[in-house]
Write a protein that binds this ligand. Structure first.
Ligand code: AMP
Ligand code: MG
Length: 412
């Protein structure tokens, strides 16, 4: 029976189909620091004012502003020092007209005071302090609730928790917070030639790079890799390892290899037999073959086997899926327009992703190929900080052409 070629999709079409079946995972409560980089699943309101009490923004003297009117270096206002208050303590005196209280940054403002004069603008002598400038009412006073008022919703569901959100949650006394659960991502390598990374290299064998690069990508985007090892090119072995992965409660299944048109490319066959399978050629290079479907109710991405293809396919399809599952609503990487200094004499009608190093030079971005662009050549990806995107329509790329570069180390 003649086999009709699988449909050829644009990157956008393929991504849309993948993302259309991906839903955000349920929330869980997590210790504050484990929330970093994750998506908040609750609105957070302040139980108290922040700061909780009026306090000093400077080391100096708490005073009544009215006592300093007209004060200058030549005609200082002389006040009697009636007490002292340090951060963490409560004032031992009130500020009555004609008096001042020595105060440290963060200490509560004593009753009666309405301004702070920084120590640099004073001179002390014994129990007296000379105020050398006028202090307007409220100067260097941080009123209670100036940052956040009690009851205010400070953080909203859907926000990404960065270090500043962690700081705010800590200030609000939140030891735990509800965030979207991390996706558990099954990672299975395929191929009779693939051996574990600590195994001796027998003739015909190569080490399993893909499971580790993919696991690192999963970790980087906030997922939990579930390592399933290597399946040989036999239906029984592949099925058994997929079953094993499903039994471990995963949210997304990734395989590498076994999705092209070789005699032993069995991923599609197994996926079609025990799940639901779509197989596409995606108009991209590297990373043309892509199997996508469901198995045991779990979304399944059969990524290509070549070590660069698998990573670029992950970047293009698995990364957005993982981020969407994690509750993110934006995952586009930042791109820059850059001048590609190398020429590409010929290309096919696919979107090419070229491994480049991009840098700012004389007010513009320039990009250079980092080496050979073969889909198995990881060394040029190691040297790269970007992927230059060459549109489908371009038949070649002249040196100096302006292209978009995806910044691989920026963004989520
Ligand atoms: P395949 O699509 O299975 O034919 O694999 C394409 C190429 O990627 C072959 O040269 C494989 O040897 C290589 N490959 C497949 N899986 C891995 C892996 N886990 N690590 C490194 N290379 C791999
Ligand atoms: Mg293979």
């Amino acid at each position: 029976m003649p086999i009709s070629p699988p449909p050829m999709l644009s990157v956008e079409e393929a991504l849309e189909r993948v993302l259309s079946v991906i839903r955000p995972l349920p929330p869980e409560r997590t210790p504050l620091l484990d929330a970093l980089g994750r998506v908040l699943a609750e609105d957070v309101a302040a139980a108290e004012d922040l700061p909780p009490y009026a306090n000093s923004a400077m080391d100096g003297y708490a005073v009544q502003a009215a006592d300093t009117v007209g004060a200058s270096r030549d005609r200082p206002a002389r006040l009697r020092v009636v007490g002292m208050v340090a951060a963490g303590h409560v004032p031992d005196a009130e500020v009555a007209p004609g008096t001042a209280v020595r105060i440290m940054t963060g200490a509560p403002l004593p009753p009666g005071a309405d301004a702070v004069v920084p120590v640099e603008e004073t001179e002390t002598s014994g129990d007296w302090v000379d105020i050398l400038t006028e202090a307007p009412t409220g100067q260097y006073v941080r009123p209670a609730g100036e940052d956040v008022t009690a009851g205010e919703v400070v953080l909203r569901r859907g926000q990404v928790i960065r270090p500043q959100e962690v700081g705010m949650l800590a200030a609000l006394g939140r030891r735990e917070v509800a965030v979207v659960r991390r996706p558990r991502v099954a990672i299975l390598a395929t191929g009779d030639e693939v051996v574990e990374i600590d195994a001796p290299l027998a003739p015909g064998k190569i080490r399993n790079a893909n499971s580790y690069s993919n696991a690192a990508q999963v970790l980087r985007y906030g997922g939990q890799p579930v390592m399933l090892g290597i399946a040989g090119d036999r239906v029984e072995d592949l099925s058994a390892k997929i079953e094993l992965g499903l039994s471990r409660g995963v949210d997304l299944f990734l395989t590498s290899g076994g999705v092209s048109v070789g005699d032993f490319d069995l991923v599609k066959k197994v996926l079609a037999a025990s799940g639901e399978m779509h197989f596409w050629r995606v108009r991209m290079k590297p990373g043309k073959p892509l199997a996508f479907g469901h198995i045991g109710g779990v979304p399944f991405l059969g990524l290509p086997g070549n070590p660069v293809s698998v990573m670029v396919s992950f970047e293009t399809f698995a990364r957005p899926a993982i981020l969407k599952m994690s509750g993110h609503t934006a995952w586009e990487r930042p791109t820059v327009r850059a001048r590609l200094l190398d020429a590409i004499p010929r290309k096919d009608g696919r979107r090419h992703y070229l491994r480049v190093r991009v840098a700012a030079r004389n007010g513009e971005y320039v990009a250079r190929l980092t080496g050979g662009q073969g889909s198995g050549m990881l060394s040029s990806l190691v040297k790269a900080n970007g992927l230059a995107v060459i549109p489908e329509e371009w038949a070649q790329v002249p040196a100096g052409a302006e292209v978009s570069v995806i910044l691989l180390d920026e963004g989520l």
